[in-house]
Design a protein around this ligand. Structure first.
Ligand code: MUC
Length: 92
């Protein structure tokens, strides 16, 4: 099953630059592993925002929830998920 997720990240004002940098390192590793596993198909930055769109290829809702809630930045994310179905006009 394919899902599109939009993630908006908002860190608390009080969080130090060092802690943010630590989150970014952990996030990169977690995200990279998902991509190598093929469970995250793609990730794109939303221009001008601390947000991304990413596409997941997973077995079911439960697997997606496990993945999303496992992101190190999860407590600071607002996530909107859209299930995707094949478009009848797609030539792929
Ligand atoms: O930089 C971001 O968009 C936040 C975060 C969410 C997934 C990921 O790989 O990084």
């Amino acid at each position: 099953m394919l899902f599109l997720a939009r993630m908006d990240v908002t860190f608390p004002e009080s969080m130090t630059a060092e802690t943010k940098a630590e989150f970014q390192v952990k996030e990169k590793e977690y995200s990279g592993n998902l991509q190598r596993e093929g469970r995250m198909r793609d990730i794109w930055r939303v221009v001008g925002e601390y947000a991304n769109y990413s596409v997941y290829d997973v077995a079911d809702n439960d697997e997606l929830h496990t993945i999303l809630s496992g992101f190190p930045m999860y407590p600071y994310m607002d996530i909107k998920v859209t299930p995707l179905a094949k478009h009848p006009n797609s030539i792929k």
